[in-house]
Design a protein around this ligand. Structure first.
Ligand SMILES: [Zn+2]
Length: 412
């Protein structure tokens, strides 16, 4: 097998992180399937030495992964909803959006974001491949969706129906796209001349700095720097003209994209500053990527040392949350119920199931109060402030919070 870069087709030869064999991290195991086998696939990220795109090698079609059983509903995170509401207010003001505008969100999920535009009287359309989340968007929030994967064909179909967007949003979807060139090719077609597209994605620079290797999972094909994203859109006639850093998902970027020839939106100073920050962080140096593997092993050992020491002291450890990243972490570290007894999750779509691979049971959060563990390992560490505030009462029985990334840390 000679894998090639999903953007530029150069041969992929340099390993970034080899996390071994892992199950699909959103394939939560229902009780009736507990006795069944589950498939494991190699979870190995490479960096392209030509364009610097960090990526997984293809292993399974996306259509098989984002099925109707896909359990992720954006609206279960309060901080993510607040983030969406702030974005909507900002864009409505900045772009003077009104009843004659159209906001399209790519991967609109359950309408968590578009609902805020709709409430302000701005017409919206979601594009969402998962039929059950699109149905929730309509039934609960009145947000209509085109049930489809986004790409050139979907963009052309909508444009031919007279649909083009003043604002296009896409949060945490670019990384999930197997055919990244086809996806980006949809932008010049579906964005109105003079419109703006925003894309948010976890920033590779932070992933490396903060050792966020658990954000590597099979649904997540690409790990993106600003430099790469700007180059990819330029290849498709679009210009990234501004960038903001966001605290979401451990450090994300929100980029602003216009048609290449849109003179009303000149490049801001932030563009040059971000390109320079990435260069200074070594993102144009192969050795930076090659060193990451050692950091990953170091973080694994620290977590195992903590869990083993807790076990030897007779302390109990439960986890909080059942995010995809938790499944990468636990499978890579080989942690099972002997070290982490159970986890809890607020989503009713996850509680009652088991984590893939590790088969750690997922309960609803009240299980924490009945079991009173000594440690609560926060798997969605990007939401640790929110979770530590919500669960502050566990300190009454001496329970301490633990975060695993960048390295294990106890928060008494
Ligand atoms: Zn490449």
């Amino acid at each position: 097998m000679n894998p090639t870069c999903r953007f530029c087709n150069a041969p992929l030869e340099v390993s970034f992180a080899d996390l071994g064999m892992s199950p699909i991290s959103n394939d939560y195991v229902a009780p009736e399937h507990y006795a069944a086998m589950e498939p494991f696939y190699p979870l190995h990220a490479y960096v392209c030495g030509n364009c610097w795109l960090v990526q997984l090698v293809d292993f399974e079609k996306a259509e098989n992964m984002f099925s109707d059983e896909y359990a992720y509903f954006s609206s279960y995170s309060q901080s993510w909803l607040a983030h969406a509401e702030r974005y909507a207010s900002k864009m409505i003001a900045a772009e003077a959006l009104d009843a004659n505008s159209l906001v399209i969100e790519v991967a609109s999920n359950d309408g968590y974001l578009l609902q805020y535009f709709k409430q302000a009287g701005v017409p919206v359309l979601g594009i969402e491949p998962t039929a059950n989340t699109a149905k929730v968007a309509f039934d609960e929030r009145g947000v209509e969706s085109e049930v489809a994967f986004f790409g050139r064909a979907t963009a052309e179909r909508l444009r031919d129906r007279g649909i083009q967007a003043d604002v296009m949003a896409a949060n945490n979807v670019l990384a999930h796209v197997p055919d990244i060139n086809d996806f980006i090719a949809g932008y010049p077609i579906l964005l109105k001349q003079g419109g703006v597209a925003n894309i948010e994605f976890p920033h590779l620079m932070r992933l490396i700095e903060q050792r966020q290797f658990d954000t590597i999972y099979h649904e997540h094909f690409s790990y993106l720097s600003f430099t790469v994203v700007r180059r990819m859109f330029a290849d498709h006639g679009m210009r990234v003209y501004d960038v903001e850093e966001l605290p979401t998902h451990g450090g994300s970027l929100r980029v602003y994209i216009a048609h290449q020839n849109d003179t009303t939106r000149p490049d801001t100073a932030a563009v040059a500053a971000m390109l320079e920050a990435e260069r200074a962080a070594g993102l144009s140096d192969l050795a930076t990527y090659q060193r990451f593997s050692d950091a990953v092993v170091d973080t694994k050992l620290a977590l195992l040392e903590f869990l083993v020491a807790a076990k030897r002291e007779g302390k109990t450890v439960a986890a909080y949350g059942a995010p995809a990243k938790g499944n990468t972490l636990l499978n890579y570290c080989g942690v099972k119920t002997d070290l982490v007894a159970f986890t809890v999750d607020r989503s009713p779509h996850k509680a009652g199931k088991f984590l893939p691979g590790t088969r750690i049971p997922i309960y609803s959060p009240d299980r924490i109060d009945s079991e009173k563990p000594d440690y609560l390992l926060i798997l969605p560490w990007n939401l640790k402030d929110e979770i530590m505030a919500q669960m502050a009462h566990v300190r009454e029985w001496g329970c301490a919070f633990v975060t695993p990334i960048p390295t294990v840390q106890i928060h008494p």
